[in-house]
Design a binder for this molecule. Sequence first.
Ligand code: PMP
Length: 401
Amino acid sequence: MTIRFAERMINVKPSAIRELLQLGADPAIISFGGGYPDASLFPLEQLNSVFQTAILDQGRDALQYTVSNGIPKLRAQIAERMAKEGIKCNQENVLILQGGQQGLDLVAKMMVNKGDLIITEDPTFLGALAAFNPYEPRYATVPMDKDGMDINALERTLAANLEAKFIYTVPDFQNPTGVTMSLSRRKELIELANRYDVVILEDTPYREVRFEGESLPPIKSFDTEDRVIYLGSFSKILAPGLRLGWAVASDDIAQRLTLLKLGADTQCSTLNMAAVSLFLDSFDIEPHIANIRQTYLRKKNLMLDTIRQTFPQEVSFTEPSGGMFTWLTFEYGFDAGRFMRERALPEAKVAYVPGAPFFAVEPKPNHARVSYSTQTDERIFEGISRLGRLLKTAVHQAKAS
Ligand code: PMP
């Protein structure tokens, strides 16, 4: 039979990394590829207690359909947390989502016609490209350095693309680079967006997982023109399987996104929303988040120390102050995907994510994303040491040939 797929499916393809990462599922392989949080940090007992209460005390409501933008109590709790971050909003500006990921889809659905331009960081979050691609956008990319997007380059891009629909940024501990946008760049970014009259999509699921330095205000906190759509998530501070995140946006945008959500999935799980709302009411989430931060700080330090000790100096890496990733840069001409397939997996039994697919326009093969979140301390030390020894051998072999 012939299935007459929509044209948009041309942009919907499995990525080559998926296959590579499946090889990493072998228990003999130490994988730094996955983007999962450390499951030992999920607050199981507390979640068990709030789910029980949600079912036993509120079951008739908590198992019923509810409004598409999410249960009012949880929206109010999120609005309160956002206010502490300097974001002025009320519960009508908050829309509960099936993870921040759903926000990426719904915003693109709301704004992007075929051929419209989205500006992204270079590299950018792969899941965002997966969400945007079915809407058939064009991309313009803005290079990054250790302080985030290069704002001069962004200005040139905006000047050359006055019709750009939105700027997509992950300002805190970006996936994949681990880089955080500096305070001055956040201010410059919003000024530019105001001047060029363009929307900013601020996606920040790692924001609360800062383990070093002072938290920087969200870009949304500088927004005087309702042009920032903010996305947050419970995935990294509670558990991703709950599939709960949120958007904060103007009344108009929140209402339009709610209509799209109604069509997409009606609502998030009433039970999960009720349980998380009870969690925020019954327990102090701050010590729990402090524990997550401490664990990731330890793992990050261990990984970076091991990289310093074992990697050839030709490989550079980012120093994240939060989140789950460091980003490796190899010498020009090095193909991290090929190296993983031909050497890292068979010889060192180590996996990472080759960097090429994170670039929206021009793939750069000499990068890799390495995550310190899921592996134990022992396996971080062992896997990174093995990779470092292999890379040193490879550098020597390349020089000798
Ligand atoms: N944005 C970024 C930058 C991410 O890294 C992720 C998760 N890996 C998401 C959004 C989506 O997360 P969730 O849907 O679980 O909230």
